[in-house]
Design a protein around this ligand. Structure first.
Ligand code: CA2
Length: 153
């Protein structure tokens, strides 16, 4: 197993920080990437951070994470959460733990956002903590895989 974790972001998350800040906050995706790298470094983990607006590209990244024996995968599937059996199927091939993240609490929003296909493949789901949810997901993932704080990356 490698010491890399994948952090995958779905459609429209490239717009983070520039639209609907009352819902999604003011952090940009670049800020989220920095947060992920800083958090992962504490546990000696490297981050492969990606965003795509294309379902197939996200699936290719999941296959890559599997092929490279990534230590874990964190995904905010965004709009694909509620539609993509194909992303679910790709995630189900992962042996390493998968953590699903949502910036908002999807359970307090429109009812169509509440059903996640991805959750079936997720070891844990973090939602409603804003961008900090990514840091919480990495901390939780580190505990699951036994990565100790202070380890060298
Ligand atoms: O809360 C989340 O993280 C979501 O995954 C975000 C998705 C939404 O479809 C899910 O139900 C919940 C939407 C991502 C769109 O990102 C934007 C960011 C800034 C401005 C507009 C959209």
């Amino acid at each position: 197993m490698s010491n890399s974790i994948y952090v995958l972001n779905g459609p429209n998350l490239n717009l983070l920080g520039s639209r609907e800040p009352e819902l999604y906050g003011r952090a940009t995706l670049a800020d989220v990437e920095k947060l992920c790298r800083a958090t992962a470094r504490r546990f000696g983990l490297a981050v492969e951070f990606r965003q795509s607006n294309h379902e197939g590209e996200i699936i290719d990244s999941i296959h890559q994470a599997r092929g490279e024996q990534a230590a874990g995968l964190i995904i905010n599937p965004a709009g694909f959460t509620t539609t993509s059996v194909a992303i679910l199927d790709a995630l189900l091939t992962m042996e390493a733990p998968v953590i699903e993240v949502h910036i908002t609490n999807i359970h307090t929003r429109e009812s169509f956002r509440r059903h996640s296909y991805v959750s079936r493949a997720a070891r844990a789901v973090v939602c409603g903590f804003g961008a900090n949810g990514y840091a919480l997901a990495i901390t939780g993932l580190a505990a699951l895989i036994g990565a100790k704080e202070g380890a060298q990356g």
